[in-house]
Design a protein around this ligand. Sequence first.
Ligand code: ADP
Ligand code: MG
Length: 600
Amino acid sequence: MTPDGNQPRIHILDPATVNQIAAGEVVERPASVVKELTENAIDAGATTIRIDLKMDREGITAISVTDDGCGMSPEDALLAFTPHATSKISGIGDLHRIGTLGFRGEALASIAAVAEVTLTTRPKGSGAVPGTRIVVKGGEILSNSGSGAPEGTRITVEDLFYNTPARKKFQKSKNTELAQIHTILEGICLSHPEIAFRLFANDAELLVTDRTDNLPDTIARLYGSEVVRDLVPVTCTLDYMTIGGYISRPSLSRKDTARVLVSINQRFVTSRSIANAIKAGYGTLLPKDRFPVSFLTLRIDTALVDINVHPTKKIVRISREQEITDAIRDAVKTALLSHDLVPSAGTPDRIPELIEEQSIPAIRPEPRYDHAGTAPAGVSESTHTGTTMTDRQLRQTELPCGVALVEPVLPALEVIGQFGGIYILATTPAGELMIIDQHAAHERILYEQVTSRSESARRSQELLIPAILHRTPRETAILKTLLPQLAGEGFTIEEFGHDTFLVRAIPVVMGKPEDTTMLDEIISDLTNPDSARSVDNRERIARVIACRGAIKAGTVCTPEQCQRILNQLRLTRNPYTCPHGRPTIIRFTRPDLDAMFHRT
Ligand code: ADP
Ligand code: MG
């Protein structure tokens, strides 16, 4: 009903309004304009594409994309702005074999409906034929003239959302928009290494790739050559799909999927199921709440991929998805099994961009860099009681003699000494120098024992005096839900009235608690709401036992004790990282060291 009480009449919207509404789907923000224009340039067969942004204090004022692609004739140039005008498909049948990024014929019409667009173009190989310059604003052609122009196309978009104030207001800060554009272009560059891309903002170069047939060159351009050193290639050929690209060693991981980049038929896509399949391929090599870094290139029979499910085509629908994700998981697994996964020296900290968001979960204690009581290097005298304590701790994690569960993946390691009470130095038969984080290594050993549910890891010890612990109501709620599982892992904890608990026993592997502070810390770890969110209860308990039971950084170890840690580490399924995803071991090869000393 209208306000005056009359029945509203149905009428057909005018084309300008229709286009503005349609534009809302395709052109959400400046980054969508960059994406659509760049994809058009790729479809036009460009080998070099340049994106220029102009910005003032408030935001992005102009976006321009220049390519050396096929260009357009004067007639086509005019048609390009008409809704549903496309040169890429001619009928519904073509939808099953789309080889181009665009096909809906919507982008230019949509962008021109909400901005001022200037198109300058000249067809390739057109000799003396002049180019065309067309200006369209709010869907109206403001001018159309012949113009001198290089072969190829340049499209400049200004005054974006000038006639849709709601959309304009919705734009995020300039930096957020810029970051979005950068992310989208990274995906496009990685799916098209054969094209050279350059992104400028107010003439400052923000991103550049060269034409190459080698994806690692592109990865190196975007993220640095150190990243490439720690990637492992993936390959697999099936009759309906080929899998290529690169994945990170387990030592390089993130808490989100932001660097799990996947292209299908050279289209950068977002797919939860594929990201999960890649992660599944790592099995226990990655903690449950961490994701690898990966650049996977899939070529799938176009009949199996429906890209027409989302206006921006970022999400695609795949037939036989289960089969495809299984194949991806297996290819990742095979790649990891057939490669040496010890990270090289210096890698992680030279890629700040990749590890900026790596957070070590809160249940990890601050390592105690207690230099005072430790010798600088080599083996130091430790106190007699200290040595016995460490011996006891290590004995708890020793496997019964001769029971090797797995073929060791690490080479034999021979101890050189301990450094700073934190690191173990060792050599391999190949003459490499290995540095091992003793706490992280022991944590990994314990963690695998707990998760494999070995008897020794679950053995329980009664406390001489039960400890009484008070918790906040929130912690109480979390702890109550954990009690049955804690009991299964060797804890005896009872409720003892209002928000109070009685700890009677803890797993033997956690050592002798010196005072209630340690128990308090264990319970805090278990009830930390931050860690509760990301992993399930069993995982959380396993990590806490591993972390609290492992020998601490700052513990002086004898050479024999160091050797025992290394021997045990070799027997784990994943000796490369601790349960939180931090590296346990780093390698320096002779060439690495020679290069550092300029001994070439
Ligand atoms: P679509 O890409 O879905 O076909 P667009 O609205 O993005 O629709 O583009 C419409 C048409 O304009 C394209 O089909 C293509 O023929 C032409 N076109 C757009 N951009 C370019 C370009 N950079 N170079 C050559 N032709 C282009
Ligand atoms: Mg297009």
